[in-house]
Design a protein around this ligand. Structure first.
Ligand code: NDP
Length: 240
């Protein structure tokens, strides 16, 4: 597929798996990252996929980053809004900064990136936007009012933007992963993780490549009739 894709947070974890899966389809991939330059340099050295540093919370940086990718690689056809962070704590302990940072990164990043690429996609009558939500945005999670709100917001954002893109050939979908074996889940205390895994019907954590398969499905040329949907990939942990 002669397409150009940006994967935010595309240099490690789920984002890395998505970058590799789209590259393997023949798509030209740009992997964005936030600040971990060592990981990004290692990723680019291993894969040959160029990495681009900008903060998805920063509206102007998203405009400039997307323009740079377009200048280097061609007009952007596909964006996967994958960059995300957690700052967990019960509401009694959560600071305003913890709230704001998580909303700005996980949800604000989707808006900032869409603002940068949606007009061009509409003009060219083809586009694919995939937003990475979460099981915890669907079901809620103790100690995550910030993250659950941001991810739940992503699911609403997806359905609204899908309506705006539909006539112009731009599909907008979300994936809601369950617990996936990445750095983010490695930060969960082992005793808590053990209890989480016990609740997953398939009996294990998911792999990043299993989320990437979902992205491949949604961005395909044949995927033009799939829009506004949320694909849950969670080992059966939450069904609705
Ligand atoms: P990781 O923590 O492993 O990686 C996060 C990525 O996001 C990194 O590449 C990081 O860049 C990037 N990032 C973070 N903040 C910014 C920012 N402000 N601007 C640009 N890039 C940024 O996360 P996962 O791979 O585990 O998660 C990927 C996505 O999947 C997230 O949205 C997460 O919420 C979601 N998810 C994950 C689940 C899981 O179980 N792992 C479950 C459900 C959803 P850098 O390397 O520079 O820090």
């Amino acid at each position: 597929m002669a397409r150009v894709a940006i994967i935010t947070g595309g240099t490690r974890g789920i984002g890395e798996a998505i970058s590799l899966a789209l590259r393997d389809l023949g798509i030209t991939v740009a992997a964005n990252y936030g600040g971990n330059a060592t990981r990004a340099a290692d990723f680019t050295a291993r894969t040959g996929i160029p990495s681009y540093r900008w903060d998805v919370c920063d509206f102007d940086a998203c405009q400039a980053g997307c323009a740079q990718v377009a200048a280097d690689l061609g007009e952007v056809d596909i964006v996967v809004n994958n960059a995300g962070i957690t700052r967990d704590g019960t509401i009694l302990k959560m600071s305003y900064d913890d709230w704001k940072e998580v909303i700005d990164t996980n949800l604000g990043g989707c808006f900032n990136m869409a603002k940068a690429v949606f007009p061009g996609m509409r003009q060219r009558k083809w586009g694919r936007i995939v937003n990475i939500g979460s099981i915890n945005g669907q079901a809620g999670q103790y100690g995550q009012v910030n993250y659950a709100a941001a991810k739940s917001g992503i699911h609403g954002f997806t359905k609204a933007l899908a309506q705006e893109g539909a006539r112009a050939g731009v599909t907008v979908n979300a994936i809601a992963p369950g617990y996936i074996d990445t750095d983010m889940v490695a930060a969960v205390p082992p005793d808590v993780l053990e209890k989480i895994v016990a609740k997953i019907p398939v009996g294990r954590l998911g792999q990043a490549s299993e989320i990437a398969r979902g992205v491949v499905f949604l961005v395909s040329e044949e995927g033009g009739f799939i829009t506004g949907s949320t694909l849950s990939i969670n080992g059966g942990q939450h069904m609705y």
